[in-house]
Design a protein around this ligand. Structure first.
Ligand SMILES: Cc1ncc(COP(=O)(O)O)c(C=O)c1O
Length: 444
């Protein structure tokens, strides 16, 4: 391949990316970049990665034909890549696995992470439990509150979850806090960043570990003899979108020596089909705000160690954002996805909070699937696109996560009364004066 975007040793994707880091972190980033290069060229590394992917994550995740949903919309056949069936409920575990294996190579004895929706935190905490490494996760206070089920799981996995009270108390503030920690602790600590952002080598590394999704998808499409017209993924920092778009952007002759899929067969398929439109769906939010960066609303800037598009004011200060999905309200976008968007190889749309909730209900009612609120943004875009296509065409939605974590948010919108009643009952049971009589067999 001659694509200049491949193997960006400098960490640049055209003019985006780079390594704009405080001096103190440069040695840590150099060491990490070198370890990553060595690992990606080491078959033993990929053998171990693939073994855990199979046995622990549950790969490959299925590709489902959503027949009732397709019929109901009366257009294209809808296929859904069920990444939410991965252990811990989302794509984030692929990257957590790859990075913890790197941390082991680097002999790090402590892991830190940031998290927004809690999926990356839960994935990292789970990997740390499995490898017996202490773990601290930074989480903006707003996200800590709204995604508390994932806080619970992180703590059950033995992680320390630290709420962050600075700024907007969301993902970007958690990233700041994790970077601050890492600047003081990198000698014994690895920072597992959760999306394809930050200073080099993080964006390349995260994309590399997530690209297993796209390679698997190509395998599944080739087997079913399907050439979709669209592949649709939600976009926070960009890791699930890059992961599934990867083969169409870079081809399959990947830098990794991952031989779990038969590349020759897949290359043949890729060359024989017309490439689909790759569509990233951002948070359209509501009247109070959004996080749509790629439709001309964001400007170029350098934040959190990399150059990309950011929602910022005329003084370069980041603007407040809003999304019903905690994983999508980040004001920037990972540099590689920004570069593909800039040259029109990835297109962008947005879905509002309301459209997202409608999409959640649509697929629950027709397919018995509960999308994560993040992924339901992609589903919302698919609901608009499918009826404009013929029934012999097909589209793929990336269900990057499942919505267990969103029960408290979704239920409060979709069935507020019964949900409020349930919460009142639960609270009553938790009250100390009720606790005694709640013990089974203790009634007078
Ligand atoms: C299920 C799910 N999908 C998507 C995202 C967005 O992140 P990214 O753009 O890195 O995939 C998140 C972030 O938390 C998530 O939990």
């Amino acid at each position: 391949m001659t694509d200049s975007n491949r193997i960006p040793h400098t960490g640049y994707f055209d003019r985006f990316g780079g390594r704009y880091s405080p001096e103190v972190l440069i040695p840590a980033l150099d060491t990490l970049a070198q370890a990553f290069e060595e690992a990606r060229n080491d078959p033993a590394f990929w053998q171990e990665f693939n073994r855990h992917a199979l046995e622990y994550i549950g790969r490959p995740t299925p590709l489902l034909h959503a027949q009732r949903a397709s019929e109901s919309l009366g257009g294209a056949q809808i296929y859904i890549k069920l990444e939410g069936l991965a252990n811990t409920g989302a794509h984030k575990i692929n990257n957590a696995l790859g990075q913890i294996l790197l941390a082991k190579r680097l002999k790090k004895s402590r892991i830190i992470a940031e998290t927004g929706a809690g999926q990356h935190g839960a994935a990292t905490a789970a990997m740390c439990a499995r490898f017996g490494i202490p773990c601290r996760v930074y989480m903006g206070r707003t996200d800590w509150r709204r995604q508390y089920p994932n806080v619970y799981y992180m703590e059950r996995f033995g992680a320390e979850v630290v709420p962050v009270d600075s700024g907007s108390k969301t993902l970007k503030d958690a990233v700041n806090e994790a970077l601050r920690d890492w600047a003081e602790s990198f000698l014994d600590t690895h920072y597992i960043i959760g999306s394809a952002l930050g200073p080099h080598p993080f964006p390349t590394m995260v994309r590399e570990f997530q690209s297993i999704i796209g390679r698997e998808l190509i395998d599944q499409l080739a087997t079913k003899n399907i050439a979709p017209s669209h592949i649709i993924a939600s976009v926070g920092g960009g890791s699930n979108a890059l992961g599934i778009f990867y083969p169409y952007l870079h081809g399959l002759a990947q830098e990794t020596l991952d031989s779990s899929l038969q590349n020759a067969k897949l290359e043949k398929y890729l060359q024989s089909v017309e490439h689909p439109l790759l569509l990233g769906v951002e948070a359209g939010g509501n009247e109070t705000g959004h996080a749509s960066r790629m439709n001309g609303r964001a400007t170029e800037g350098i934040v959190q160690g990399y150059k990309s598009f950011f929602l910022s004011d005329e003084n370069g200060q980041l603007l407040p954002t809003h999304s019903i999905a905690a994983g999508l309200d980040y004001p920037g976008i990972g540099p590689e996805l920004a570069s593909w968007g800039d040259v029109g190889k990835v297109m962008f749309d947005s879905a509002t909070d309301e459209e997202t909730l409608e999409a959640l209900d649509f697929f629950a009612q027709r397919e018995g699937l509960v999308f994560a609120l993040e992924s339901a943004h992609a589903a919302a875009a698919a609901i608009k696109i499918a009826p404009t296509l013929d029934t012999h065409q097909s589209i793929v939605i990336h269900m990057s996560g499942r919505g267990d974590k969103d029960l408290f948010i979704a239920a409060a919108h979709l069935q507020p009364e019964p949900w409020a009643e349930f919460l009142r009952r639960e609270l009553d049971d938790l009250e100390p004066h009720n606790k005694h009589s709640a013990v089974p067999g203790d009634s007078e």
